[in-house]
Design a protein around this ligand. Structure first.
Ligand code: ASP
Length: 443
């Protein structure tokens, strides 16, 4: 696909700029509505119109995920063309995903130990009945479930690890068939381009979707929720920022030599998508678009690493679990000791492999981590109120981690187009759909 000229260059406001403004407006409108507390606004505007537009936007993103992953991955596997290279890309990305998640949670625990949030917290008036619980998955069943019994069910349920497994096996079989499968590969490549075009269309509506999602969240979540847990929120946000701009940026520089500032600028739109949807999975089309069109990462590597990362790599979520564990240990005055914290690191890494990137799942996984180290699960009720906003921020970190590992692996394979990476305008989305015969319309 040849990308249309960025709208910024024609003197108009760029789409990324529009999305950022929509986000800021959403916060302002949401906070105002939260203060007004009118029944009409709550029912018909926040719970009605905003909820409807927001859900339509998230649904539109989700509708793209499975077909995009399937068609791009068939192209990816057949494009890489060598099963050994495929194994190397898979092995490197898996190793790096585990490594970055472990670094994230270890740093979070150390930082939380230094800041010490939660000491002296009073539990009065906390409703513990809303806490969902999860049992720890066995390592063996996590791996056994990667192989689907029914690929149609895997596709219908959007189970990404199963979809990836099935598609990779299919891709390898296509390679083994040789020339006979060329027409099918060409059709998949066409479908991949088509899906990317649909991603561009969905992105045009992003400012409206983002505005509604953010305004709804802030209208529902009062600022008052933050006051009792300010120490937790502060430590968590600080840890997320350190990971994003410290650890991940440093890793990118050290392992690939690429400029982290350029990288972060190009990730901004995808981060806002992740922030608004709180779902790594729903953001897959946008993350994939960012690394391939904006950074110049080879589609073959990205088509494998991005959906893989959205499922198994959750640095931000792991950070939340580290900070929350230390916070709750302080609240209950329990000393976990080194053994306890090492267990937390292991459990959080395992939990991030076994669960999909959907909203709120991190908190459910936290129950499993807490059980493992003997902390009362009821404590989660304390942080429940602020979790939606924390989820939005950590999801933006999660998808940035996916994109960084993907780019590092691609660079190691010599599969980053540096001309695209260094071009600030590469892959920007125009806000005018280009219809044939000059019949362009504005959304
Ligand atoms: N919402 C996060 C994601 O999709 C997962 C979580 O931390 O709840 O990556």
């Amino acid at each position: 696909m040849t990308d249309p000229k960025p709208s910024g260059s024609s003197g108009k406001f760029s789409l990324t700029g529009q999305i950022m403004v929509a986000m800021a407006l959403g916060i302002v409108v949401g906070v105002i509505f939260n203060t007004i507390q009118s029944d009409f606004i709550n029912t018909h505007i926040v719970g009605g119109f905003f909820a409807m537009i927001g859900a339509m936007f998230v649904n539109a993103l989700k509708m793209l995920v499975v077909p995009l992953v399937f068609f791009s991955l068939i192209g990816g596997v057949t494009g890489i063309g060598d099963v050994r290279v495929l194994g190397r890309v898979g092995g490197k990305s898996f190793g790096l995903y585990l490594f970055t998640t472990a670094c994230a949670i270890a740093m979070a625990i150390v930082l939380a130990e230094i800041v010490g949030p939660g000491a002296g917290f009073v539990m009065d008036g906390i409703d513990t009945s809303m806490v969902e619980r999860a049992a720890a998955p066995s390592v063996w069943s996590v791996f056994a479930n990667i192989v689907p019994t029914n690929p149609i069910a895997a596709f219908a349920n959007g189970d990404m690890l199963q979809v990836i497994f099935y598609t990779v096996v299919l891709g390898v079989a296509i390679l083994m068939m040789g020339d006979a499968s060329k027409p099918f590969v060409a059709a998949c490549s066409y479908m991949n381009e088509l899906m990317m075009q649909v991603v561009s269309i969905v992105m045009i509506f992003a400012p409206y979707g983002v505005f509604c999602l953010i305004a709804k969240t802030f209208a529902e979540q009062g600022i008052g929720l933050f006051l009792p847990v300010l120490g937790y929120v502060f430590t968590l946000v600080l840890a997320l920022l350190i990971h994003l701009y410290g650890t991940l940026s440093l890793l990118l520089k050290l392992l690939s030599g690429l400029n982290p500032i350029t990288f972060m600028k190009k990730m901004r739109a995808a981060q806002v998508f992740a922030f608004s949807t709180a779902s790594s999975n729903a953001t897959i089309p946008v993350t994939y678009r960012a690394v391939t069109k904006r950074m110049g990462v080879d589609k073959g590597v990205a088509s494998f690493c991005i959906p893989f990362g959205a499922t198994i790599n959750m640095d931000g979520t792991a950070i939340m679990q580290g900070v929350a564990t230390v916070f709750l240990a302080n609240v209950y005055g329990i000393d976990l000791g080194l053994g306890g914290y090492l267990t937390v690191i292991g459990m959080a890494v395992l939990a991030s492999i076994g669960t999909a990137g959907v909203p709120g799942v991190g908190l459910v996984m936290l129950t499993m981590v807490l059980t493992q180290v003997g902390l009362p699960i009821e404590g989660i009720a304390i942080i429940l109120g602020v979790d939606r906003l924390m989820d939005m921020i950590r999801t933006a970190v999660n998808i940035t981690g996916d994109a960084i590992v993907t780019t590092i692996v691609a660079k190691g394979e010599g599969k980053v187009d540096m001309a695209v990476f260094n071009d600030p305008d590469a892959g920007l989305v125009d806000d005018t759909p280009h219809l044939p015969h000059g019949t362009a319309t504005h959304p």
